[in-house]
Design a protein around this ligand. Structure first.
Ligand code: HEM
Length: 465
């Protein structure tokens, strides 16, 4: 079996795929349950599956499951694929032309400017903030009249990750209106989710009730982001946080700084991309630990021995091997960026099939992370599958929760450190037990959230000795 992906060829056949309705193709099915349809289609048709959302290549999408095909799109043929996709068009209404959505020379310049804020030393300096924020979250739970009353882990993790990203990257002690921000983001994400698969596209400027609500929510976030920027402007020169770095950056050719609009787009991007994803990963992790008490017990034991019972630090990360693997395995089963999309800028051939110019490719960590050729018992939660550097012995893109190539997540190390330290800090003091009777299902939007809330009871652990 060969998975080599050759350059353009018009002789290549179209990929197989499920038959759809006459006009809308597979769109009605995908609107119903994208995850199930993708998994079933890959089982039935193999590593390259074609979906049709209407007539023409623009309404054609290819699910690519094989690690070599993922590498082809991210690395080998990266210049043949763009981010001109429905998802990016939707999030651009909020993020403008920030790092996640821009392309070409603008993206290259912005990435170069932002990169130093994510160097290992910087992340080490953020570790204390991450641990303190998580420990204070537990303090808050314990101070309630009934400390063991259930909490909604979805919103608690969102609040925590929002605090961490604002206090570290955005370098601000401006109190963010967390409730208003979370509400606005919820609304925007829900609307964006609908937008990607909406059959009838209504332009954003048409004042429908949905569009009005969307614009109001964007205005709430704009207000918070502008507060951060104004606060930075008033601060003395020479801050080392990301916002200061972006403000101080000068174009080497023109000597010009970033416009207010560009600054707003970058801060909004970090604000949104820097907390939604990590919060979802943490939420899924606590859910999985509550359903696998043996793993939870082992992870807590590691926290206590690895740190001697005190609060964890950046230097402890090496001793938190299992905790890190728990986070990795949780992102295998529930990758927050569950599907990454690109558009073919020219005809290409992947796995022997034609990928016509203008059609889409779907790289879905959710699907590849369950590829039966690479993962034993793919639906099982088993952090030990990552033990002993197992990942290094697998094909590079069998696991890719942070994407790959030049557009790989800039915050991946930040997120791994945050995930591991937050888990260790919380596991040290409490256990989160799933309140029975809830049906937990993933909701595939731009990110993979649980549908609704997840209520969990906070159970204090014996104090570390
Ligand atoms: C568990 C947490 C996270 C996951 C799973 C995740 C996932 C991803 C993925 C898959 C991409 C690539 C998207 C694509 O190729 O289209 C990406 C890009 C990006 N992520 Fe993350 N991310 C996480 C955390 C973060 C954090 C903490 C930050 C910032 C503080 C961040 C900021 C960004 C930015 C700015 C980009 C765009 C990079 C570029 O195109 O140059 N992410 N992320």
């Amino acid at each position: 079996m060969t998975h080599a992906s050759a350059p353009r060829s018009h002789a290549a056949p179209l990929a197989p795929g499920p038959r759809g309705a006459p006009l809308l193709g597979n769109l009605p099915d995908l609107r119903r349950d994208r995850i199930r349809i993708f998994l079933d289609a890959a089982d039935t048709y193999g590593d390259v599956v074609r979906f049709q959302f209407g007539p023409g290549p623009k309404r054609t999408g290819h699910l690519l499951r094989h690690p070599d095909h993922i590498k082809h799109v991210f690395i080998d043929a990266a210049d043949r694929f763009t981010k001109q996709t429905p998802g990016v068009r939707e999030v651009r209404a909020l993020l403008g032309d920030g790092l996640l959505t821009s392309e070409g020379a603008l993206w290259r310049r912005q990435r170069r400017i932002a990169q130093p804020a994510f160097h290992k030393q910087r992340i080490a300096a953020f570790a204390d903030v991450m641990v303190r924020a998580a420990d204070e979250l537990v303090d808050g739970w314990m101070r309630r009249p009934r400390p063991d009353a259930p909490v909604d882990v979805v919103s608690e993790m969102m609040r925590l990750a929002l605090r961490i990203v604002t206090e570290t990257l955005l370098g601000t002690d401006v109190p963010i209106d967390a409730a208003a921000t979370a509400h606005a983001l919820d609304l925007i994400l829900a609307d964006t989710r609908k937008g990607v698969t909406r059959i009838l596209k209504i332009p954003r400027h048409v004042p429908t009730p949905d569009n009005r609500r969307f614009q109001e929510a964007v205005a709430v976030l704009d207000r918070e982001v502008l507060r951060i920027i104004e606060h930075r402007r008033k601060a003395p020169e020479g801050g080392t946080d990301l916002v200061s770095t972006l403000m101080a950056a000068r174009d080497p050719e023109t000597g010009e700084g970033m416009t207010d609009r560009q600054l707003r787009d970058e801060v909004m991007t970090m604000f949104a991309a820097g907390h939604e994803t990590t919060a979802n990963a943490l939420t899924w992790t606590f859910y999985l630990l509550s359903t696998h008490p043996d793993v939870r017990r082992r992870a807590r034991a590691e926290v206590l021995t690895g740190t001697g019972g005190r609060l964890p630090t950046f230097a402890d990360l090496g001793a938190l091997d299992l905790v890190g693997r728990v986070f990795q395995e949780s992102m295998r089963l529930y990758p927050p960026a569950w599907m990454i999309t690109r558009r073919a800028a020219e005809d290409d051939v992947v796995g022997g099939y034609l990928i016509p110019k203008d059609s889409l490719v779907f790289l879905a960590p959710y699907v590849t992370h369950r590829h039966p050729a690479y993962w034993e018992n793919p639906e099982g939660f088993d952090p030990d599958r990552f033990a002993g550097g197992a990942l290094a012995r697998m094909p590079r893109f069998a696991y890719f929760p942070f994407g790959g190539g030049a557009r790989q997540c800039i915050g991946s190390s930040f997120a791994m450190v945050e995930g591991t330290l937050v888990l260790a800090t919380i596991l040290r003091r409490v256990r989160l037990d799933l309140v029975p009777g809830q049906t937990i299902t993933p909701e595939p939007g731009i990110t993979l959230r649980p549908r609704g809330s997840i209520h969990m009871r906070v159970v204090p652990e014996p104090p570390p000795t």
